[in-house]
Design a protein around this ligand. Structure first.
Ligand code: PRP
Ligand code: URA
Ligand code: MG
Length: 219
């Protein structure tokens, strides 16, 4: 798996990540979602340079222009809940993409720090031979990405897989790397060093799903 680390280079993306992390600024849910969306757009642009292109002719009022356009075989799949604003950002740029939605959440059966990842909902077109963008802003243990990819196997085999995330923990990235094909890519804004004993990224930003949409009841 090839890792593309956005914040290795300085850009305006640093501002959006800083605002996502900031304890005060992140209380503004609309700004939080918008910053994830804006980073989705930036990551879409970066990734677009690595997709397959084909020559097309465009008829203008004065003639014909020939140019290379990305192959229109992209499927964006986001992991509910926090994947939704990232999905919007990617779709703002790949506006002809097909779309999948899949749920994955941490279930704490004994109300302690131990959790399992449950995948319950999946709505997807065929992925056979297509370019799959799999989006979730947080890559902590990496188990959500891995479990979701397992569940997506019933939808066909994509030609290319691009994972898209905002913050990843180093050990989760290693786990994901082992489970995905060698020719897949991870597009990630920034990488943190550790996880705490509840599997949260440190310093991270907290619970992305709750910060986007509010807290949820355990069931
Ligand atoms: O890499 P992992 O250890 O699997 O953790 C990352 C997952 O945790 C969060 O989802 P959560 O389970 O909190 O669901 P939510 O989006 O509904 O809040 C996040 O959005 C990822 O899906
Ligand atoms: O740090 C983390 C880990 C999992 N899910 C989140 O939203 N944040
Ligand atoms: Mg959550």
């Amino acid at each position: 798996m090839q890792i593309h680390h956005l914040l290795e280079k300085r850009s305006i993306a640093n501002t959006f990540v800083a605002q996502l992390r900031d304890l005060e600024i992140q209380k503004d849910r609309m700004r939080f979602r918008k910053n994830i969306e804006r980073l989705g757009e930036i990551l879409a642009y970066e990734m677009s340079q690595h997709l397959m292109y084909e020559k097309k002719d465009v008829v203008t009022p004065l003639g014909t222009a020939s140019l290379e356009l990305p192959k229109e075989d992209v499927v964006i799949c986001s992991i509910l809940r926090a994947g939704l604003p990232l999905h919007t950002g990617l779709l703002n740029f790949f506006d002809a993409a097909e779309n999948s939605f899949i749920s994955a959440y941490r279930h704490h059966p004994n109300n302690d720090e131990n959790f399992e990842i449950l995948v319950e909902y999946l709505a997807s077109p065929s992925l056979e031979g297509k370019t799959l963008l799999l989006a979730d802003p947080m890559l902590a243990t990496g188990r959500s990405f891995v479990n979701v990819m397992k569940a997506l196997e019933t939808m066909g085999t994509p030609r290319e897989i691009h994972l898209v995330a905002i913050i990843g923990a180093r050990e989760g990235i290693e786990y994901v790397k082992e489970s995905f094909p060698e020719n897949s890519h991870l597009w990630i804004a920034t990488i943190d060093e550790k996880l705490n004993d509840r599997g949260y990224i440190v310093p991270g930003l907290g619970d992305a799903g709750d910060l986007c949409f509010g807290t949820k009841m355990q069931h």
